[in-house]
Design a protein around this ligand. Structure first.
Ligand code: SF4
Ligand code: SF4
Length: 415
């Protein structure tokens, strides 16, 4: 039994952990981003060009401050005399403007990337995820190691390797670039394909263990879990998936509309990944990210569930993942400890035979850790349905839906 004093100490310790995590992430990331050079993720490109039909290519370059190299790439120039070509040879004013916009946007993307860091980060992702996968195969991922792995992931992929690239960035930047300049940046397509391939193979494994903002929120949520007791500060709640997913879909639509209609990136001012590049986090961004991380103490991965475009895309792809969380109903004793341990509503939905609206599973293995009969696996193949009548409400759950999952120690007790 936890005394009042013990409770108070627990609250103080949790609050201190929270403050230390944020302070360390911000300070160390500021240092690391200075070392990497701190390039902005996208370089500014002019919105409007000075463009007259009778201009030559060279004249157009001079009027808009474009270098010879830029003109060569945009207009495919072969010799110096090509600078005398008329713009009208390349199409109408609109066509020329669109071509220049597109090529400049791609050149800006290319110039803003750190081409040493990106392959290095993907290499580290590969090694780290492989280690986590092997550990989970050996069923070694339990509370302590989970926190250790989450901390390592935040440090490696966020603090040291920075905010870019990220699974979320690949989706949001692809939408923004196409909306703004009708351009597709091939390296981003490759990165997105790799992230989605990981989801296809192993559920949201990249989100669970590799995404810098996702693991930071996860780590904060876990620091507010005092072992198997209830939350140290306040109460951790599981928001209904219908609500969180509706907000996420609406946000995705708003993101797409703003990109196509105004070339505006609505995530940019509030981007939580910028915590790993704090110099670029303005007052609005800092306030939003501060609130988001505070909310992470009480809600599991609020950004992932409410706003993240990769969260939504990954949730759709997850439906056909090769490897996923499965329950063996032959050995399952229907105690529902897994649903209680699951930080979101997904395990409850799996047990409820709800085939269509299984929420995001972040492959955290908390359910597997809680199962007293080892009936939960992370394995290939389809999920089987529980036999009808297998789950009866526990006495402690009367009046509460199983999918919400109990939140207190008492609820985790076998009937
Ligand atoms: S859903 Fe969460 S973990 Fe996945 S990419 Fe988005 S922020 Fe990262
Ligand atoms: S507890 Fe289990 S079902 Fe819930 S998110 Fe973690 S792995 Fe998925």
């Amino acid at each position: 039994m936890v005394t009042q004093n013990g409770n108070k100490n627990l609250k103080i310790r949790t609050a201190a952990y929270f403050a230390i995590i944020i302070a360390l992430v911000v300070v160390l990331s500021a240092i690391s981003s200075r070392i990497w050079g701190g390039k902005p993720e996208q370089l500014p490109i002019p919105k409007k060009f000075i463009l007259e039909r009778e201009m030559t290519v060279g004249g157009f370059g001079q009027a808009n401050g474009l270098s010879g190299q830029a003109l060569k790439e945009i207009f495919g120039l072969k010799t110096r005399s090509d600078l005398e070509k008329k713009l009208s040879e390349y199409g109408t004013d609109d066509q020329v403007a669109s071509m220049v916009n597109k090529k400049l946007a791609l050149a800006s993307e290319h110039a803003s990337k750190n081409w040493v860091k990106i392959p290095l980060k993907f290499g580290l992702w590969f090694i780290f995820l492989l280690i986590v996968f092997i550990l989970q195969r050996k069923r070694k991922i339990v509370t302590g190691l989970r926190i250790g792995l989450l901390t390592a992931s935040v440090l490696i992929f966020g603090v040291v390797m920075g905010s870019d690239p990220s699974p979320m960035g690949t989706v949001k930047d692809a939408i923004h670039l196409y909306g703004k300049a009708r351009a597709v940046f091939p390296p981003r397509v490759i990165a997105l394909s790799i992230f989605l391939a990981i989801v296809l193979i192993a559920n949201k494994f990249i989100c669970a263990w590799g995404c810098q903002a996702g693991t930071l929120q996860d780590l904060i949520f876990r620091t507010n879990q005092a072992g198997r007791q209830k939350a140290a500060i306040g109460r951790q709640v599981k928001l209904p998936f219908a609500v969180t997913n509706s907000i996420r879909v609406a946000f995705f639509c708003a993101l797409t509309i703003a990109a196509f209609a105004w070339g505006f990136d609505i995530i940019d001012p509030i981007d939580p990944f910028k915590i790993f590049k704090p110099a670029q986090l303005g007052i609005i961004g800092a306030s939003f990210v501060g609130m988001l991380l505070l909310a992470s103490l009480f809600i599991y991965r609020p950004w992932c569930h409410l706003f993240c475009p990769f969260g939504l895309t990954g949730w759709l792809v997850e439906k056909i993942s090769l490897v996923r969380i499965k329950v063996d109903y032959e050995t399952c004793i229907a105690c529902q400890k897994c649903a209680a341990a699951c930080p979101s509503t997904v395990m409850g939905a799996i047990l409820k035979r709800d085939k269509k609206t299984i929420p995001d599973c972040f492959a955290c293995y908390a359910c597997r850790e809680a199962c007293p009969t080892n009936s939960i696996s992370f394995a290939a193949g389809k999920r089987t349905l529980p036999p009808a009548g297998h789950f009866k409400p526990l006495p402690s759950q009367e009046g509460r839906r199983a999918s919400e999952g109990p939140v207190s120690d008492g609820d985790r007790t076998l009937p």
